[in-house]
Design a protein around this ligand. Structure first.
Ligand SMILES: Cc1cc2nc3c(=O)[nH]c(=O)nc-3n(C[C@H](O)[C@H](O)[C@H](O)COP(=O)(O)O)c2cc1C
Length: 268
């Protein structure tokens, strides 16, 4: 698939991005929680302002209290401030954020007292990923509600799923505890960026049987992705960014397979 687009398509795509708005029923436009959810953005530039302890404690609590399959709570969170991140990783938190949480899908802890899953590593791991991801989103929304911005990271600066082995070694994780992403938190330096191109409702919702994707709509969306990325990264491109991912994905795939499938279920 060619991800290069011409100038006029690029400009048209940027206009479409800028016109993108959450579709909120007028009767609900004042709802405070909906406003938090709809106005949330992934933020990658932060001020130096510290997040107060009580605010960060509330964000963590939102993770602890998240829903999970059979209330198994198959997650752990590695929690950092700037100093502890530097001690562990010898660099700043990505984007010079104020705090960071590494979200871990953790089936190791429950296994000490429960054998919920007969040897079924794919189901077990998938359940843990689902649950930990929901906890991450709970923390993300709690942060937004408190005026704290964040972004989830899967590769930036060796922070996520694509660096699973590196993170596991750094954090001394037992088998069955798999780092998924790092969330970094801080007060946003700038006004929130425009909403990135979201797929239209008729592409993502169906009622009854699956509706095949519309090629033209998908190509329009892809052109917006390419143009939006270029507008934010003049010296890079969406294609370059995909290559960065692709270079790391092979190793991550091998590491994950080993961590998830090649372990003796009763080992721990
Ligand atoms: C699991 C996950 C991993 C992500 N990894 C990265 C990342 O490594 N680097 C980055 O800049 N953004 C990352 N993001 C943020 C996405 O790029 C962002 O959510 C997407 O572009 C949509 O933008 P929005 O969150 O503002 O709606 C990640 C998001 C998720 C959910």
């Amino acid at each position: 698939m060619n991800k290069k687009i011409g100038l006029s398509t690029g400009l048209r795509s940027l206009v479409q991005i800028l016109r993108g708005r959450p579709q909120v029923p007028a009767s609900l436009a004042d709802n405070a929680l909906l406003q938090v959810i709809f106005n949330r953005r992934s933020v990658r530039s932060f001020t130096r302002q510290d997040i107060p302890e009580d605010v960060f404690a509330a964000i963590l609590e939102a993770g602890r209290l998240a829903p999970s399959t059979v209330n198994l709570q198959t997650w752990s969170f590695a929690v950092f401030n700037g100093d502890t991140w530097r001690q562990t990783f010898n660099r700043s938190i990505p984007f010079h954020a104020n705090r960071a949480i590494i979200v871990i899908a953790d089936t190791y802890r429950d296994r000490q007292v429960l054998d919920v899953f007969p040897y079924s590593p794919l189901v077990e791991h998938t359940v843990a990923v689902m649950n930990a991801s929901l906890a991450a989103m709970n923390m993300n929304i709690a942060a937004e509600a408190l005026g704290v911005a964040s972004v989830m990271l899967s590769e930036t600066g060796r922070t996520g799923l694509l660096d699973v082995r590196y993170l596991s070694e750094k954090l001394c994780l037992p088998k069955g505890a798999v780092p998924l992403m790092t969330m970094v938190f801080g007060y946003p330096r700038w006004a929130y960026p425009p909403m990135p191109p979201k797929l239209p409702t008729d592409q993502v919702f169906f009622y009854g049987q699956y509706v095949p994707p519309q090629r033209e709509t998908m190509e329009t969306w892809l052109a917006q992705m390419v143009a939006g990325y270029k507008a934010g990264h003049l010296r890079s491109s969406f294609e370059d960014q995909l290559k960065v991912y692709q270079n790391k994905i092979g190793q991550a795939e091998a590491d994950l397979r080993e961590m998830i499938f090649n372990r003796d279920h009763n080992e721990n």
